[in-house]
Design a protein around this ligand. Structure first.
Ligand code: GDP
Ligand code: GDP
Length: 454
């Protein structure tokens, strides 16, 4: 399958390069029944409808990629599904706290038929104090007759109320225009400054040792780089020196600040993890080596896996593991983490600082893989040999041929394979395995998509 240089150029032009960057976060908050879920679904369109999810299945997803008039952002759904799925609910004040702390802008939804309630007023004070941009959605304005009630929401002091009908779509365009206008455009861009400190998130369920490790790493040398933690004085991001280099630890506020919520604590933790991951390039997933993995650990892992960020697995509290237990523990870890065999693993103790010096080499390795680009020439000669040795199995007399492949982007590496027919999942996984054997990619997820050419 020799392709001419013109063919190659044409095919490469077909692939849109994607650059990985943190997207601004817009949180939708409001009292129950004001229409938040309806609005979120309307903004996301049919693609990702929140309501689609099966009842009884707890979802990890709290941030959804969204787009409006050419602007990409993440939509944070703070209420909605959790209440329906588990009976838990964050009070509107808790939602507001979460939103103010984690989001870049807030969409505050009020039911214009009901008007502002006492709990809305409380939220308004919190929002105004925070200084975060807020757009006010006056929902359930299904026709012109509701406009007057919507206008009365000027009294909240949050600026212009946008009359909308989440149900019918009326006015949602203007509302989104207003939201986009207040979202920051200058998000930390991964591509822009090659010398900028790289961004690390520390995630893990409560008690695995995040704050202990943070204190070990940041020590006395921490510098606050982003102090917009809303109602608290805690910094969001901190610049730290580790191994003589500068790093940005993202969203440390969530680690430093102990949040005691009687209800919805898991949900809060999950939001926290999602935002931290969104702002990071590499994620340190902390696990507790002294106890078996829990469901909450698995949820954190799946959140990180979905994110496309570089990953380092950190097994903390290794000081509690007896000499004689180590071998068995290693085996059981390998079994538990089969989807993550490609992530570097560091066993350490945040308490004694044993092996904490191994973190930076592991982070460098993961980021190097995440950044890696394989030239089209190398990639195709590798695939050519691979396919010659192990062709795709013949199915009902047909055998799809791989025509050409290219790396569409890095951070994380994404590959597009052009083939004459559909490639079976097992064959794709085989290709991924071989790609990893050949080029490394330790610590980085890789994505492979196939385009079928007639
Ligand atoms: P949430 O609890 O804030 O997420 O509210 P939901 O999105 O579940 O909506 C609560 C109820 O209000 C549902 O019965 C919706 O159909 C209804 N609703 C939502 N938006 C509108 C709207 O724009 N107009 C009208 N008339 N009803 C709406
Ligand atoms: P976080 O909730 O993830 O921030 O966890 P913390 O850092 O607060 O740690 C939870 C508990 O585990 C505390 O009692 C720590 O002292 C303890 N801890 C943290 N790291 C280690 C470690 O490496 N070894 C031991 N033995 N205990 C640790």
């Amino acid at each position: 399958y020799e392709l001419s240089p013109e063919d190659l150029a044409a095919l490469e032009g077909d692939v849109e390069p994607v650059t990985e960057r943190a997207l601004p976060i817009l949180a939708v908050i409001g009292r129950p029944n004001v229409g938040k879920s309806t609005l979120v679904n309307r903004i996301l369109g049919k693609r990702l409808a929140v309501v689609e999810d099966k009842p009884g299945v707890t979802r990890d997803r709290v941030l959804y990629p969204a787009e409006w008039s050419g602007t990409d952002f993440m939509l944070m759904d703070t209420g909605g599904w959790e209440a329906k799925v588990t009976g838990l609910d964050l009070s509107v004040a808790q939602q507001a706290e979460v939103a103010v702390e984690m989001a870049d802008a807030v969409m505050f939804v009020v039911d214009s038929k009901v008007g502002p309630t006492a709990s809305d007023e409380k939220v308004v004070r919190l929002l105004r104090r925070s200084g975060k941009p807020v757009v006010l959605a006056a929902n359930k304005v299904d026709g012109p007759q509701g406009e007057l009630e919507a206008a009365s929401l000027w009294s909240l002091g949050l600026g212009e109320p946008y009359p909308v009908s989440a149900l019918h779509g009326r006015g949602t365009g203007d509302l989104l225009d207003a939201a986009i206008a207040v979202l920051p455009t200058e998000m930390p861009q991964v591509e822009v400054d090659p010398d900028a400190p790289r961004r690390i998130a520390l995630v893990g369920r409560p008690n695995v040792g995040k704050s202990s490790l943070l204190n070990q790493l940041a020590g006395e040398n921490r510098v606050v780089v982003n102090e917009e933690a809303g109602t608290t004085r805690d910094p969001v991001d901190e610049r730290v020196e580790i191994a003589g280099r500068s790093w940005t630890l993202v969203d440390t506020a969530g680690i430093r600040r102990r949040v005691h919520m009687s209800k919805g604590a898991d949900f809060y933790a999950s939001l926290r993890t999602a935002t931290a991951i969104e702002r990071a390039e590499v994620v340190l997933v902390l696990l507790d080596a002294s106890v078996p993995l829990t469901d909450q650990d698995s949820r954190v892992i799946s959140q990180v896996l979905d994110s496309g960020r570089a990953i380092v697995l950190v097994f903390n509290k290794w000081d509690l593991v007896g000499e004689d237990e180590r071998f068995l523990l290693e085996r059981s870890i390998e079994q538990d983490l089969v989807q993550l065999t490609w992530a570097p693993r560091v066993n350490l103790s945040a308490l004694t600082s044993w092996h904490t010096n191994r973190l930076v080499p592991a982070i460098d390795l993961a980021l190097g893989s995440w950044d890696q680009r394989i030239s089209t020439g190398k990639l195709n000669s590798f695939l050519g040999e691979l396919v010659a040795e192990h062709p795709h199995p013949v199915r009902s007399g047909k055998q799809p041929k791989i025509l050409f492949a290219t790396q569409a982007s890095n951070r994380p590496p994404r590959f597009v394979i052009f083939a004459s027919g559909f490639l079976e999942p097992t064959y794709r996984r085989f290709i991924e395995r071989r790609l990893r054997e050949k080029f490394g990619f330790e610590g980085s997820p890789i994505q492979i998509s196939v385009r079928v050419r007639e």
